[in-house]
Every structure is written in C-alpha cells, then in structure tokens.
Design a protein around this ligand. Structure first.
Ligand code: KDG
Length: 350
C-alpha cells in the first residue's frame, strides 16, 4: 500500500516537472521571438493639476518669453503640472489677477511691484523714484534679505511670492510735447500704475497723473483720454505705443521689478518634489527674462526712432531737476516700517 502511494507521488512529481519545464520554455520562446508581446501597452495616466498664469503684457515681451521658459523648465523636471499661459490681460488686470490668486480662481501672475502695494503697503519701498542706481543694485536688494522678507510677507494673504523678475527703468512718453525739462511736464495728463507713490511723484513733477489698469492704456492713449504714460522701453516698443505717442524722454524715474507669484493654496497643495521644481524653474526663468529684458531695453530705443518717435536724452542739469522734484515726496511715504525698509535699502546700496 505504502509502496504504491510512494510510486504515485513520484509519478506526479515527474509530471509536474515536465509541465513547468515546458511552460518556462514557452515563455522564453515568446520573449525571444516577439519582445512586444511581453510589454504592457496600457498608457500611464499622470494626473495633472492646471496652473493658469496671466500677465498684462503681450506675447512678444520678454516677460512672456520668461513664462514660456518657466513652463519648459518645469516640464523638464515634473509632469504633474500643466502650465497654461495667458497674455494681454486675458485673465484680468494686475489687481484682479492677484485677487484671483487669493480666491484660487487662477494660479499665477507676474505684476509690477506698484500694484502689489495695494495688498501690502511695504511694497511701496521699491517704487520710490530714483532709488535704484542700476540693475545690479536692484538685483542685490531684490535677491537678498529685504527682497525675500517682502516675498514672504505675501504668504499670510494667500500669495506665494517666488522670485523677482524685471520690468525695468521706466521712461516717459507723450503725444505732442518734446519733454526736455521739468517745465515741459506742466499739466501733462499721464497714466500711471495704481500706486500712491507714482501718483505723488508725477504730481511733484508738475504733471496731472491718472491711475489706470494696463489693459486700458493703449485705447486711452489712442482716444486721447490721457496725453502720455510711462513704462520701460521694451513695453513701449512691444505694445506699439509709438503708433499713438510722438516722444519718449529717457527719464528712468523708477525701477520696476516684477514679482513672479502663485497662489499659496496651489503651493501648499504641491508635493516637496513639485515645490523644488517650481522654485528651480522660476529662478532659471528669472535669469533668462532679466537678460532678454535688459537686451531689449538697451537695443529698442533705436527701433522707436525707426518707428518715427523722437527719443530724448535729458541733460545732466535737467535730470538733476527731475531727481530733486520726484524725490521731494520721500518724507510723505517714508514713514513707519517703510522708512525702516528704505533706510536698509539705501544702506545696502552704498
Ligand atoms: O504683465 C505686467 C503688466 O500687467 C504690468 O505690470 C505692466 O508696468 C506695467 C504697467 O504699466 O501697468
């Protein structure tokens, strides 16, 4: 009985060896002959969150090129965020886009610092006239401790300030007047950004300033609602203001930084890996945008002339007069914490 059982067991073992051996061989044959047969072709579905970023300037401006760079660099690092870019105030003006970040209706924008002062007063400090001597000085302050402090101060109001990009030194344009001295500014109706420091500076210069969103500006110039406006050369050129303005005066009265910002909610919902990728891409895009913008601001004055505008360089005497008048507003705005920040900026620039 026992012997019979042992025999049966041996037969079964032998059989199972033959079967598994065949199966293994078959698999090997399939692998050798047709590799495709063992590859899983089910597409991998990556869940993507959408990051909508809007700006007021158009697609030709270095700011938009910087955003394209950001998108590219981010996608080189991660594939879980789908960046969608909107130019020409398609998502609203600077103020409403910042409100959009707070509400979570959009994810990113890149306003000048001027309208940010409407959300956090301290940002006024960067828009004091004739504060930054040059771009290198601006980079030093913005990429340093003070710049970071101000970026961090946006978090409690629902905005994650990533890094500073560049709009640049602002210059005056107007329709009819060859502005060479302070006297020529008298009564000019000038659109400014929505910021009390800008408004006060232009009043001190003898002009009649009107705050207005960027998206309404070209039409306002065209319809002569205002006589002029002020912006860096790149914006004057790429927005074709030469079609409705006769004169650019190189006043360089205020250096405008951009703040590249996203909604705090989007940032908080990002994984550590995504946050690292966002920061890295934002910094690479910053350097790229600054370089493009500086080249544009340097080279495009000539193009404005080619388009029929007169570009006026101020004499050192006239420039000194602009500086003196515009800076006469410092005591009115350098109060409390802003005064402390201003002292620190000036000390660091020395
Ligand atoms: O995309 C940035 C613009 O919305 C705006 O900040 C440009 O300097 C500007 C202005 O004059 O409004």
């Amino acid at each position: 009985m026992l012997k019979k059982g042992m025999f049966l067991l041996l037969v079964l073992l032998a059989l199972s060896f033959v079967v598994t051996g065949c199966a293994a061989n078959n698999a090997a044959v399939v692998e050798d002959q047709e590799e495709v047969a063992v590859v899983d072709e089910t597409p991998v579905v990556v869940e993507q969150r959408i990051m909508r970023i809007g700006i007021g300037l158009n697609e030709d401006h270095p700011q938009f090129k910087g955003l394209e760079k950001f998108k590219e660099e981010l996608n080189n690092r991660i594939d879980t965020i789908d960046v969608q870019l909107y130019a020409n105030s398609a998502l609203g003006d600077d103020r409403s886009m910042m409100e959009g970040l707070q509400l979570g209706t959009i994810e990113g924008t890149c306003p000048s610092t001027a309208p940010i002062a409407g959300f956090n007063e301290d940002f006024k400090v960067f828009d004091f006239p004739f504060l930054f001597p040059d771009e290198a000085g601006a980079d030093k302050i913005l990429d340093g401790e003070i710049g970071q402090e101000l970026l961090d101060s946006l978090s409690p109001i629902g905005i994650k300030g990533l890094v500073y990009w560049e709009n640049g030194f602002r210059n005056l344009t107007n329709r009819d007047v060859e502005v060479r001295t302070i006297a020529d500014m008298e009564g000019l109706k000038i659109r400014t950004m929505e910021n009390p420091v800008h408004l006060a500076a232009f009043t001190a210069l003898g002009a009649n300033p009107t705050p207005m969103a960027f998206g309404e500006l070209f039409t306002a110039l065209q319809q002569k609602t205002v006589d002029g406006q002020e912006n860096p050369i790149a914006t004057i050129y790429y927005n074709k203001f030469y079609e409705v303005q006769g004169y650019t005066t190189l006043t360089k009265h205020i250096y405008s930084p951009f703040v590249f910002m996203i909604s705090q909610k989007f940032w908080d919902e990002s994984t550590p890996e995504e946050q690292t990728a966002i920061m890295e891409a934002a910094v690479i895009a910053r350097d790229y945008e600054r370089q493009l913008n500086r080249e544009a601001n340097e080279s495009l004055a000539v193009e404005l002339e080619n388009e029929g505008m007169m570009v006026i360089e101020l004499t050192p005497e006239a420039q000194a007069e602009f500086v003196e008048k515009a800076q006469s507003i410092y005591p009115d705005f350098a109060t409390g914490h802003i005064a402390e920040l201003l002292d620190r900026v000036i000390a660091e620039l020395k």
